[in-house]
Design a protein around this ligand. Structure first.
Ligand SMILES: [Zn+2]
Ligand SMILES: [Zn+2]
Length: 104
């Protein structure tokens, strides 16, 4: 634990100057009251830092969400190609069998 220069009890919330601070945000190092601070991933963060952090996560998730979509599109193309290939072969083999069996 770091020794704070000013005791927490004498600190005031950055959003509510009339309220006593209950915790310090490790991101912006500002003091906040219990109402302004939230626990997130075993860390105590202020509302604005939490919003920033979740925004970062959100954009990162969107970036990664494109990868499986592209992979799925590629997979679909490959599957369609294989299906066409198999169907093409089937269409090539079936009529010849049909011809020989039917005696056309
Ligand atoms: Zn903060
Ligand atoms: Zn507050």
């Amino acid at each position: 634990m770091k020794a704070a220069a000013i005791p927490l009890r004498q600190q005031r919330c950055s959003n509510h100057p009339q309220r006593e601070a209950s915790a310090r945000c490790p991101e912006c190092t500002h003091y906040f009251c219990r109402e302004c601070i939230t626990e997130h991933d075993d860390r105590v963060l202020c509302a604005s830092c939490l919003a920033k952090l979740s925004l970062k996560k959100e954009t990162a998730r969107h970036k990664w969400a494109l990868v499986p979509r592209l992979a799925l599109a590629l997979l679909a193309v490959v599957v369609i190609y294989i299906v066409f290939l198999v169907f093409g072969n089937l269409l090539l083999t079936i009529p010849s069998q049909f011809h020989s069996a039917g005696g056309w």
